[in-house]
Write a new protein. Sequence first.
Length: 143
Amino acid sequence: MLETRDASGELLPDAQRMTPFGTWLRRSSLDELPQLLNVLKGDMSLVGPRPLLMEYLPLYSLRQALRHQVRPGITGWAQINGRNAISWETRLEYDAWYVENHSLLLDMKILLLTFARLFQRGDVNHAGHVTMPRFTGSKRDAS
């Protein structure tokens, strides 16, 4: 992505900064490969909730915060069930469900479905965005 800024010095929206090569990387999911180093270091797992920005921490409901009880992953239940095409509410609910139900068998299922999704190359963008809009908190109080 380019570092293009507006007159006040703020970064332009992602859609205006994305290069054609960056678009190709996102669609092919090759932009995720460097995270394998984090898995090898032990900072991440192959399967788990995707790590999100630290600035989102105070915005989670109690239920959404469950996602921090497991190691973050490269792929997860939310990624195989809609990736960036689903709402934040749904995505974070899928993360909480994963925490409550994670097992070796579920992780294997997620890995197999992830490889199938790679060839579909869908759900990379949220409607009207290059990836996902910023998370601004829950619309409902879900504990």
